[in-house]
Design a protein around this ligand. Structure first.
Ligand code: HEM
Length: 248
């Protein structure tokens, strides 16, 4: 697939050679597709339900555990070190707090994830082992997303679920980042400082497209899982005595 087909031009009419510009251009169409998944549309309409949020947290936990294990393990790799910001960005502990809040102290036994989430986790662990220079594509897709649209999604979650405090919403809060915009600038300049051959750079762009697709598949699988659960509940309702007996 030609990752540069959707390249967005900058003020000078060309996409620059910086990785941060190229990755944004290469994933522009995928970002639109991600925004238009049913789960993200529910979000934008302020219609996110507690059950949707809970299953999303479970999948995010699986994904960030794999991502952060691999970033930690490869922290000194030359293509990882410049974008390694565990103090500012790490999400695993905040997800653990949120999961405990919603599922209770036995939350580990209750985490359920669909097949797409397992595939995403496997991909992250595989590239961590075999091609750590591609980890930047995944770190970019998740962390810069969390610091962009994710900040709005946090506010929507609080409102939609009627949560009065920040409890259960740690995932959206980055106490180590005082200005998301300034941090994103720093992150982009660090991405641009990574030395990559042309071939490696092309592989990073391709991997970023894959990273968006993996996220889309997770959102779609979560929706499917939820609709099966809702249909099953409806069938049980139909079979209940109140539904089959004629009303008097
Ligand atoms: C950036 C919105 C979902 C990844 C952004 C920006 C907005 C936004 C407003 C800032 C654009 C800019 O600075 O030019 C949204 C909304 C979403 C959503 C409303 C869904 C309701 C996602 C998802 C992902 C994602 C699901 C990936 C998993 C990113 C990334 C950036 C970004 C990586 C940084 C782009 C860059 O500056 O290079 N998003 N987004 N977004 N988003 Fe999203």
């Amino acid at each position: 697939m030609d990752t540069m087909k959707s390249a967005r031009k900058n003020e000078t009419g060309e996409v620059g050679s910086d990785l941060s510009e190229q990755i944004k251009a290469a994933t522009k169409d995928n970002h639109v597709r991600a925004e238009n998944t049913q789960l993200m549309l529910s979000y934008q309409k302020g219609e996110i339900t507690l059950v949707q949020y809970k299953v999303l947290l479970c999948s995010l936990y699986e994904i960030y555990r794999a991502l952060e294990d691999e970033l930690d393990r490869n922290a000194s790799h030359p293509a990882v070190a410049p974008i390694y910001f565990p103090q500012e960005l790490a999400r695993v502990e905040s997800l653990e707090r949120d999961l405990e809040h919603f599922f209770g102290s036995e939350w580990r036994k209750r985490v359920i994830v669909p097949a797409a989430t397992l595939r995403y986790g496997h991909r992250l662990r595989q590239i961590g082992r075999e091609n750590p220079e591609l980890l930047v594509a995944h770190a970019y897709t998740r962390y810069l997303g969390d610091l962009s649209g994710g900040q709005v999604l946090g506010k929507i979650t609080q409102k939609s679920l009627g949560l009065s405090s920040k409890e259960g919403l740690s995932f959206f809060h980055f106490p180590g980042v005082s200005s998301p915009n300034r941090f994103k600038q720093l992150y982009r300049s660090r991405m641009n400082s990574i030395e990559l051959t042309e071939k490696e750079k092309a592989a990073v762009l391709e991997e970023a497209v894959q990273a968006f697709e993996l996220n889309i598949q997770v959102f779609d699988d979560l929706q499917k899982m939820l609709s099966v659960a809702t249909e099953t509940a409806d069938q049980h309702k139909d079979r209940s005595p109140a539904a089959v007996l004629p009303s008097s």
